[in-house]
Ligand binder design. Sequence first.
Ligand code: FES
Length: 239
Amino acid sequence: MLVGAVLSMVPFVPWGTFLSSTVKTGSSTQYLYQKVTIDDLPAEYGAAAGQVANINDLTTFPPNKSWVFTYPTSGDPVTDAQNPDTFQKFALIRMPVELGGDSKKATDFVAFSKVCVHLWCSPNYNPENTTNPADETYQCPCHGSVYRLPDGLAIAGPAALQAFPQNAIPMMTLQADASGDLWVFAPNYDPATGSPVADSIEADGVIGFGRDYQSYENFLKPTALKPVNVKDETVVLSG
Ligand code: FES
């Protein structure tokens, strides 16, 4: 409790300290978007290991299951799998069917930070072996914080007792391209301006700190999507 109280008062580390949200291409800077590529761990992720998540693939990426990806990626899912930095790890969760996980839309998925906003342990989503709806949550093994789908609000445990906005797990914004491949936006990407908002608790939040979960609807379902540059490619993102 004491440690938690102290940690809750220290200034938290912003996204930018850990994540590069831009890439340099020649003389220009572009915001970094990447396909959501699962860490290459076959023993854990089976056929999904090393694969790009696709909204239309209900076999490799079925509802009510989760995988881990690395952002920013090294470009090699085998190398990513060996990266131990949980501040660069995100749980990709395809929601259960009752939450629309088989709709074949980007919103079937959420990407939660692997860093609990309590004391930075690593939560998991493992409901597939039970039939208990209470298990369809993102759960931290250390002190029992429980985050709900799809907005990541803590509903139990010490994280749920923390003051807003330290009571919700940061999450990345996802969109799908025309082939169904899932892309992750740069942290705190604002679709209205086409650029990230630094250290915003709205939108994606701040890793290890929290997130304005009430911004979920506005941010995950932006009304004005526009083409974005992905390194040398142009991808038109759609809902
Ligand atoms: S670190 Fe304490 S509940 Fe997650």
